[in-house]
Each structure stands twice: as structure tokens, then as C-alpha cells.
Design a protein around this ligand. Sequence first.
Ligand code: PEP
Ligand code: MN
Length: 338
Amino acid sequence: MIIVVKNSCEQQQFNNLVEWIKELGLDVHVSRGEQSTVLGLVGDTSKVDQDLISSLDIVEQVQRVQEPYKNANRKFHPVDTVVEVGGTKIGGDNFTVIAGPCSVESESQIIEVAKAVKKAGATLLRGGAFKPRTSPYAFQGLKDTGIGLLLKAKEETGLPIVTELLSVSHLDLFKDVDIIQIGARNMQNFELLKEVGKTGKPILLKRGLANTLQELLMSAEYIMAEGDCQVILCERGIRTFETMTRNTLDLSAVPALKEKTHLPIIIDPSHSTGIAKFVEPMSLASVGAGADGLIIEVHNDPKRALCDGAQSLNPEQFSSLMGKVGAMAKLVGKKVNF
Ligand code: PEP
Ligand code: MN
């Protein structure tokens, strides 16, 4: 961190500032120029309040030269993290597809979809049991029954399961869940992040509706600070002024995040577009952008889906998409098993 001190600063005020920074456990490197004096802070500045320093009368400007995240930072962990779950790898040179319905609706539905997505090459099954719906009157999910049905589908197909946790109070129900999903609406629910970090399970962390990539990385940092290093990031579209798609898929998040972090990054083309026929082009674009995988909504009967039918592919559409995604992933040097 660099602090530019105003020329008008009196010696006593300057000394007080340096003293205060030293009390924070940091070393200070002073360089005096004609126009201003620059302080270089040496040490772990992640706990320093940049806004507080900026607010001081004697300070002209404060700039961070180091990111405030450590565990998620590629600088301290240059090698890609590969998350392994039930024989499937996410990250590194692997390309992995998670698929399944928006919500678990019945035993026959989840088992039928699980079998279909497995046949097409998906290696993880998604399905919401607790649904974060905008309206309290909309279908809220089958809750604990839904988790039970996902486990049945896992037993039947061998696919590890990914499902969203909405509240710490449900955590007991998630002990057999393979990957815990933290949805967009909870990306900055810091207490929830700390609790899932304590489980040591792989966590699929979705980007918030209006959050920056740095905020996403800081949320990953919350989980990792608890000792859980198995975090998978997910870009699922952000809010913009555009209304032709449900959200705007920020594909440049992939190369931007790849530069800053070693964590795997997957794309959700279903929630980002909201339109089934846009899922294929955006899936292919995601492969081209360098993503480590996709999470796609598939329903056996999208027209009758209780949630997100308009963006759900049927099994035939999914199978055809997987053929193209597999070919493209190989082209960009990724390992695929489909
Ligand atoms: C979901 O994946 O089921 C979901 C609710 O997604 P998001 O949190 O990205 O809206
Ligand atoms: Mn959905």
C-alpha cells in the first residue's frame, strides 16, 4: 500500500501517522519528493482500512499495490487448484459439466434427468432442494425431501450431487451432499460463508447479481480463511441495463479471474441468459474463454418445470450440446470424458 502525504503536512502530524502505521505491525518506507512525500507500507496490509487513511486531512491519496485476498491469490499459489469429487476433477486442464434440473420435483423426475445427463457426459448432478425464489408464493423446493431424492439419484447413477444451501440451520441435512452451492443471493452472506468453510467440503460459489470480481474473490477468501481450499467460482450473469436476456453473461470474468486466482471457474449459461436456445452458443463461448466447466439446467419436461422452465434444456438438446462442447473443449486443449 502506498500513501501520498500532502506537502502541507506538519512534521508532528507526519510522525503520528508513521507511528500509527508501525503500531499496525507494518514497516514504513519514506521517500520525499519535491511535491509530496510517499510512504510505502511493507508487510501484511490486508487488515489496513484504506478508507480510514484516505479520510485523514494530511493524506492526498492511498493506493493498494497488493490484493486484499491471500488464499485465493495466484501470486501465492501459482498452480491451478483442482477440486476432486467422486472421481471427477474440476480445474486444471479438465473440462467438467454439472447438469440437472433447477429444482428437484419428484423421484421420477430427478432420476430420469440424472440418468439422461450422465449418459450425455455430465459428471455431477445439480438440483435445488431449497430454492431462493423472488416471490414467497413461488415453489420453494422440496427441502429435506429434495435432499433425500438427490441422494437416491446419486445412488442410482453414481453422480455426485451439487445443491444450494440457503441457511446455516439446514447444514445438518447437507452432510452427504458432495458440493455445497452458495447462490448468487448469498454471495455476501458472510456468516454462511464462514460456516460452509468449516465443513471442508467443496463449495460452488456463485457471483452475486451486482458484485465485482474482487468481491467474489473476497467471498472465496472468507471460505478459505476457515481452512477450506476447495472453492469453485461460478459466473452466472450480472445485472445490467439489458433486458433481452435474464442477466448479462460476463465472459471476460474468466480470463480476468484466471489471472488473479488459481481457483477453478465455471459458467452458468442457463441463469445468465434465461433462454434455452441461448444456452448452446454461450456454452461454446465459455469453452473458448477458458472456463473449467459449465453448470446447465436440464429438465425432462421443461414446459411443466416448477422453476426456470424457459431456460432449461430437454435431454435431447443437452446431449446435442454436449457433443459440440466436448469437441470444442478438446480443441482448446482441455481433457473431457465425453
Ligand atoms: C441455481 O443455480 O439454482 C440458482 C438459484 O442460481 P443463482 O444463485 O445463480 O441465481
Ligand atoms: Mn434455476
